[in-house]
Design a binder for this molecule. Structure first.
Ligand code: NI
Length: 171
């Protein structure tokens, strides 16, 4: 399990480096990220959230009756198409716990990425998966969902987070 960084943290604002090869070390990192995400619990986690500034993310947005996991692991994900139609979802983030806000994004996107075997894949996403993958790719560019909000709302959230971080540090 890895420690999830909390906003505000300079590492959450950095542009991440592309992955050069999906090797065993990378697969271990992806598994660690998945376990950390499931434990949190969350539906998506990007590498910078655990302080690794590489273009990797993991997700699992499927809620099954039987509780079977449906993990997705992506290296170097890029959006190669997005719909003109937008949708609004109430988003949250493991790096900004207890804070939620509506964010508008394209309703559907097509993502190209390298999977855990280093194979190029393309995936059509809509609904929650589309929102989640765009949120996680934003992390790889140093962007958080609160960056879509107005300056007043954003600084209120950041203020509350600073307080929470202080409380946790002294707890
Ligand atoms: Ni997030």
């Amino acid at each position: 399990m890895r420690k999830i960084l909390l906003h505000p943290d300079p590492r959450l604002k950095k542009m991440c480096e592309p992955v050069t090869a999906v090797d065993d070390e990378m697969r271990v990192l992806m598994q660690d990220m998945l376990e950390t995400m499931y434990d949190a619990p969350g539906i998506g986690l990007a590498a910078p959230q655990i302080g690794v500034l590489q273009r990797i993310l993991v997700m699992d947005v499927v809620k099954d009756e039987d509780g079977e996991p449906h993990p997705l692991m992506m290296a170097n994900p890029e959006i190669i198409w997005e719909s003109e139609q937008v949708s609004r979802y109430e988003e949250g983030c493991l790096s900004i716990p207890e804070e939620f806000a509506d964010v508008e994004r394209p309703e559907q996107v097509r993502v190209r990425y390298l999977d855990q075997n280093g194979e190029t894949q393309e995936l059509d996403c809509d609904g929650l998966l589309a929102t989640c993958v765009q949120h996680e790719i934003d992390h790889l560019d140093g962007k958080l969902f609160i960056d879509y909000l107005g300056p007043v709302k954003r600084s209120m959230i950041t203020g509350r987070m600073k307080k929470r971080k202080k409380e946790r540090a002294t707890a």
